[in-house]
Design a protein around this ligand. Structure first.
Ligand code: 9MR
Length: 386
């Protein structure tokens, strides 16, 4: 009897959910979702490239939402935790270590042959209150930071290919005045340790996993700007001190219509690759000012294609990661309600023009490279014959 009641209860909830979704304004989406191959991940693999996404955690996303999971597995060959590997999740209070969501993502990635980026060992946000308000003296703050990096990197040693060691140090509002401090003051690490916390973090990560690739990650550096200059100077300074740093992540949080030109993007990658670094686009999304129209979605698709093109063509770049799978679960929705639809899949996990533009570009690139190889072989043959 109890069992039957529960079954009826579940059926009722399911029917209500369907009615609710169908009745929501703007929910006239046909149920048919395009999932025909080829898939981004298979094309990326043929190009020795990573097409990845940030992965949420909870009832609506990983690992519980079956549609989310299907799309994730089918389309991507790289993942990064959107928040579960940050301080806030891993160490909510001094005594609690919460590695489980990170463990789950790693198991999933390994089962599905995906590369993993680790994000992020230090940042001014997502710092738990006990750290933020701890008023730790310098020595204790250094120990805390080193200990955290040592434990987290150590726990997943050999399983995480690359880590964002330091995230977003440089301010957005630089004026160029002489003597100006380009670094954020609102960071607990900056306050309690001082500027050398950045090298302390990199050195700790290198020690904990000498084989992991170590990245500096930031936004607003995708075209030449004072901020980009300051990041460049910061990295040069680290290199001058003999600190191991392998790459720079260009987050790529863009507004539709304002994505830098191909030349600007390329020049930015070139600039940092010139320091001997790897470069990647690590958190790409292109938010659209509402209302979202077909014209804006077409423009967004062109801008996504531009990013993929620049990344694929660049010898120092082997990855583009999007900051989320679908529009329904993007951070943009809560961050600024005037913007939306930033990703490749809509809220129904259906492919958007941006998806097709990225896929078409990958397909064309495979053809170009095959054409190139065949061309080279023909040339060799002709030379031999002649
Ligand atoms: O998208 C992330 C959001 O879900 C989290 O609540 C937030 C705080 O942890 O961080 C967001 O991701 C940020 C990323 O870690 C660093 N670059 C900017 C991203 C958007 O804010």
């Amino acid at each position: 009897m109890m069992m039957r009641r529960r079954v009826f209860g579940l059926i009722f909830v399911a029917i209500m959910a369907v009615v609710l979704v169908a009745g929501m304004p703007g929910c006239g989406k046909p149920v048919k979702i395009d999932i025909t191959p080829p898939y981004l991940r298979d094309l990326a693999e043929q190009l020795n490239f990573y097409i990845g996404t940030a992965v949420g955690y909870g009832s609506q996303t990983f690992p519980n939402n079956s549609q989310y999971m299907r799309t994730l597995k089918r389309e991507f060959n790289a993942v990064v935790a959107e928040y579960t590997m940050k301080w806030g999740t891993i160490r909510p209070d001094r005594e609690t270590f919460n590695y489980r969501p990170g463990d789950e993502l790693l198991d999933f990635a390994e089962n599905n042959k995906m590369m993993v980026r680790g994000h992020t060992l230090s940042w001014h946000q997502s710092v738990p209150a006990w750290v933020e308000n701890g008023n730790f003296p310098r020595d204790e703050a250094i120990s805390l930071l080193q200990d955290h990096i040592n434990k987290v990197v150590g726990r997943w040693k050999g399983r995480i290919r690359e880590w964002d060691v330091v995230n977003e140090v440089i301010r957005d509002d630089l004026t160029g005045q002489t003597g100006e401090n380009p670094r954020r003051g609102n960071s607990v690490w900056e306050r309690s340790i001082g500027a050398d916390w950045v090298e302390i973090a990199f050195r700790a990560a290198a020690e904990a996993d000498p084989d992991a690739l170590l990245f500096y990650n930031d936004y607003g550096i995708e075209r030449k700007s004072r901020k980009q200059d300051a990041v460049y100077a910061l990295i040069q300074d680290l290199q001058g001190k003999g600190v191991k740093i392998d790459g720079v992540g260009f987050q790529g949080h863009f507004v539709c219509g304002n994505v830098p030109s191909e030349e600007e993007l390329k020049a930015s990658l070139d600039r940092f690759a010139g320091l001997g670094l790897r470069v990647q686009f690590t958190e790409v999304d292109i938010r659209i000012k509402k209302p979202v129209t077909p014209e804006k979605l077409t423009l967004q698709a062109k801008e996504y294609e531009r990013i993929i093109k620049v990344a694929l063509e660049h010898p120092a770049c082997d990855a583009v990661l999007f900051w989320g799978v679908d529009d329904g679960h993007s951070w943009i929705n809560s961050w600024d309600k005037n913007y939306g639809a930033p990703l490749l899949f809509d809220s129904w996990y259906d492919r958007k023009p941006a998806y097709y533009a990225v896929r078409d570009y990958l397909l064309a690139e495979i053809e170009r490279r095959q054409g190139g190889e065949e061309g080279e072989e023909n040339e060799k043959k002709e030379a031999q014959d002649g």
